[in-house]
Design a protein around this ligand. Structure first.
Ligand code: ADP
Length: 384
């Protein structure tokens, strides 16, 4: 192949280099070497002059003498690094000083390289070239990273917009179905059908809310609004929300709880945690079975259990099942729609309360989902 036919432009060809040295002879000699290597050159006889040239000349690399009378090279480097994007400008120190502490100081102020005086032309050009290549790659990686982060942010925002936009029409459907259910009271068959639609719309609403909350929790964490929850009145009110869903599957819902049991927690999050667990019990258990909800005190707080008589969770899946999008094999499933986000949401809520959630085997069959919520710890006491 004809070597002359190949022309590869060096990316640093014609790059602007600033040479800072108080020694006029050294400046001239370095300028000559650089111009021979097809670089553009500007020189400064001291630190102040060099810093003043930066905004107008916009050098792509700085060759910096260390010992200079007005401001030494180390200080100049330090000030360049403190400028916006100053860390991206390649800086090579030039010095005749061989002392290791000078090298250490040069590294400390974040110089990129070090050349001994008197400088050899070949060495100077090679170092400049490789340093500029390195900086270019670094800038490219940084740009890629920024683009990726931007893209990720846009994706999350888009996702949030979509989910938000789904919520409004769904709320309208839910309200419409409730009105329709009242209106159909003389026609039990269609009333049952409307009720089923309404329950499905409610499950969908919970699913959408889970997605929103998980997204938000991953970005900024869950913000809890804690109040006292009296379980004896709270649990039956919550079960009422799933009554018709349970009835349509002839699924029994029972509960027990000692009087006066209370905990300080975020009512809305805890409500949705339990609704997710009970709804799962309905989804993953045969029609006609029973789910039992129990609340009891523990040494440090309260323990809530949702026990079903369903298919159970195999031992090797009992931890994994709380990860996002993890679902069990669906063979033989009947009315099983889901996103694999419900339990991930439950775990976020339990952990936001500094509690825990896990699943155990229910005997003779089924699962027991256990949630432990500790009593809120008192904040630091004021000094007497
Ligand atoms: P989803 O129900 O939307 O798929 P979840 O995160 O709530 O998502 O549950 C993840 C998976 O765990 C479900 O797909 C199901 O396979 C399994 N699972 C959850 N709860 C139960 C349960 N009570 N009994 C049996 N399997 C369950």
């Amino acid at each position: 192949m004809d070597g002359e036919a190949i022309f590869i432009r060096r990316a640093d060809h014609g790059a602007r280099i600033l040479v800072v040295d108080d020694d006029a002879l050294a400046r001239r000699s370095v300028r000559a070497m650089l111009e021979h290597g097809f670089y553009q050159v500007e020189t400064a006889a001291g630190g102040e002059e060099a810093l003043a040239l930066l905004p107008t000349y916009k050098p792509e690399l700085v060759l910096l003498d260390i010992q200079m009378p007005d401001m030494d090279g180390l200080e100049v480097c330090h000030r360049i690094r403190a400028l916006p994007n100053g860390e991206l400008l390649p800086i090579i120190f030039l010095t005749g000083d061989e002392r290791p502490e000078i090298h250490a100081q040069a590294l400390r102020v974040k110089g990129d390289d070090f050349l001994r005086k008197p400088v050899l032309s070949a060495e100077l050009i090679t170092r400049i070239r490789s340093l500029m290549r390195l900086k270019r790659l670094q800038a490219e990686i940084q740009e890629e990273r920024d683009n990726l982060l931007d893209l990720q942010k846009q994706r999350e925002q888009l996702f949030e917009f979509i989910v938000h936009d789904l919520k409004n029409p769904l709320t309208a459907i839910q309200v419409g179905l409730e009105l329709l259910e009242d209106r159909e009271h003389k026609n039990p068959t269609s009333q049952v059908q409307v009720r089923r639609l309404r329950d499905t719309a409610h499950s969908m609403g919970r699913m959408i809310q889970n997605i929103l909350d998980i997204g938000r929790a991953e970005q900024v964490g869950l913000e809890l609004r804690k109040t006292r929850i009296p379980f004896v009145t709270w649990i039956p009110a919550l079960l009422k929300e799933l009554e018709s869903q349970a009835q349509s599957r002839s699924h029994g819902l029972s509960w027990d709880c000692p009087d006066h049991l209370e905990v300080e927690a975020d009512q809305e999050f805890l409500r949705r945690l339990l609704l997710n667990l009970i709804e799962n019990a309905l989804k993953y258990s045969p029609a006609g079975s029973n789910t039992h909800i129990q609340a009891r005190p523990t040494e440090k707080g309260v323990r809530l259990e949702v026990s079903d008589q369903g298919q159970g969770i195999p031992e090797h899946m009992r931890e994994r099942i709380f990860a996002k999008f993890v679902r069990l094999d669906e063979t033989g499933a009947s009315t099983r729609s889901g996103s694999g986000l419900g339990l991930a949401f439950c775990q976020l809520v339990a952990e936001a309360h500094e509690g825990r959630i896990w699943v155990e085997e229910n005997l003779p069959r089924g699962s027991v989902f256990v949630v432990e919520i500790p009593h809120a710890t008192a904040g630091p006491q004021p000094a007497p």
